[in-house]
Design a protein. Structure first.
Length: 467
């Protein structure tokens, strides 16, 4: 008889022996079997791991302009009394030491816009740090402190091994009151109803509050299996619905930082996807309402070369089920650039396998960046030929890969004053289709009485007239 069953009381043992073999094994693993087990504590695990969770202090200098600035009359009387001011704002978050050399992972939103970042260890010592890599789309940042000391590390676990119901601990600094540990279970997996481009979160009922961002979600092996990121709350406090970025994505992001990458690059697929609804499932004869419905395939892209077609549904990647398009993006990202993956594709009720090698977004057309000058509505705008690579750098859909795009604007320039914005795609000027930056530069050098400009912004066509 297994040792775990020997500890069970007779009534519990009799009940367990009536269960089927697989259920018996699973239940014996999950349920407390004795009064002694009911009195077990998380304290040894917390002592072992809490030192690897740190506090992250970010400070920003905010310039506040006097309401009389620029007004000669009021500046004459009030300018000295109400000068422009610079105020220091601070924010607090958490982070996790993941490498003994002082490498720390946290959320990008914890340090976004910070002029000065400090790390406080659990023993109270503080260190300045530098940002190694950050990305607002996946909301992750890698920091590093300069120390010769070997720091305690929280090893990164396999978040794909998580199951709903698993016990977890959350460690962080909620509300700035000091390091706090809360416990709970994994409530759900593959959540994508969070306003974040990750689109694949671990949901937990372990109490997570403001200040916990960037802290550790840890399994019972003392491994990092998620980075606490967001909460669902109407009051600002914990309602038992917290979300963490899976550790497998953290690992891929950390690998990019260790390689010295200046940006975090995700695989380019060359296709667009939509969720499978109940109506789509009925129309396609799907048994389950899940998967990623292919709506468009770019000619010559990886998806096209793999034989994917619009109307097909991707249901799994490397044998792991795909719940929705965001889950597919997550699985592709965590597979890593250079990997070859196998997609399970459903077409007219028949399954097939499609192989795809993952690579970054290509620059299919030379970007030919140009700063537009002269007396025209585009003066002060830096533009480039749009390609999947440029679109990805600007955080635009990579299938929007034709035309000329505004990359940035000079402050106070004619283009900025007239309302142009980064990511605007210039479609035509005075009826002439704009195909590249040279074309736009030539059109901008003309001197018409009126400018008729058509742009695309956030998927919508906008027509503007300037004199």
């Amino acid at each position: 008889m297994p040792a775990s069953l020997k500890r069970a009381s007779l009534p519990i043992l009799a009940l367990l022996l009536t269960l089927p073999g697989p259920v018996l094994a699973e239940t014996a693993k999950a349920l407390p079997q004795s009064q002694m087990e009911m009195q077990l504590s998380f304290a040894p695990l917390v002592k072992q791991t809490a030192g690897s969770v740190v506090n992250v202090y970010a400070e920003r200098l905010v310039h506040q302009q006097s309401p009389f600035s620029g007004d000669p009359f009021f500046e004459q009387f009030f300018g000295q009394r109400m000068p422009n001011r610079t105020e220091k704002q601070s924010s607090l978050g958490s982070g996790v030491i993941v490498e003994a050399n002082g490498t720390i992972i946290t959320n990008n939103h914890v340090i976004e816009g910070a002029d000065d970042i400090k790390i406080a260890l659990s023993d109270g010592r503080e260190f300045p740090c530098k940002v190694v890599l950050k990305d607002e789309r996946v909301d992750l940042a890698v920091l590093r402190i300069d120390t010769k000391e070997q720091l305690p590390v929280l090893p990164i676990g396999n978040s794909d091994s998580l199951e709903v119901g698993d016990l977890v601990l959350a460690i962080g600094n909620p509300f700035g009151i000091g390091q706090t540990v809360t416990s709970g279970i994994v409530s759900a997996l593959a959540r994508n109803q969070v306003k974040n481009e990750v689109g694949f979160f671990i949901q937990t009922d372990a109490a997570i509050n403001p200040g916990n961002s960037g802290g550790a979600l840890m399994n019972m092996k003392g491994q990092l299996i998620g980075l606490n990121t967001a909460i669902f709350s109407q009051s600002g406090g914990s309602n038992g619905i917290g979300f963490a970025i899976p550790a497998n994505l953290v690992r891929v992001f950390l690998d990019a930082a260790d390689r010295g990458d200046k940006s975090f690059e995700r695989p380019y697929i060359g296709a667009t996807f939509e969720p499978v609804t109940s109506e789509v499932a009925d129309a396609l004869g799907l048994k389950l309402v899940r998967g990623a419905l292919i709506t468009k395939v770019v000619d010559g892209g990886p998806a096209g070369k793999a034989g994917l077609k619009a109307g097909e549904v991707v249901t799994a990647l490397n044998g792991v089920p795909v719940e929705h398009p965001d889950a597919l993006g997550y699985r592709l990202t965590t597979a890593g650039l250079g990997a070859t993956v196998s997609l399970t594709v459903l077409d007219n009720g028949k399954e097939r396998q499609a192989s795809m090698t993952l690579a970054g977004a290509p620059e299919t057309k030379p970007r030919e960046e140009k700063l537009i000058a002269g007396n025209n509505p585009f003066a002060g705008a830096t533009v480039a030929n749009l390609s999947p690579r440029v679109a990805d750098e600007l955080h635009m859909p990579t299938d929007t890969a034709a035309g000329v795009v505004v990359e940035k604007l000079k402050d106070g320039s004619p283009a900025a004053r007239l309302g142009f914005a980064p990511k605007d795609v210039i479609i035509s000027v005075n009826g002439a289709v704009i195909t590249n930056t040279q074309n736009l530069e030539a059109v901008a050098s003309s001197n018409p009485d009126i400018w008729r400009v058509e742009i695309e912004r956030d998927g919508q066509r906008i027509r503007q007239f300037f004199r």
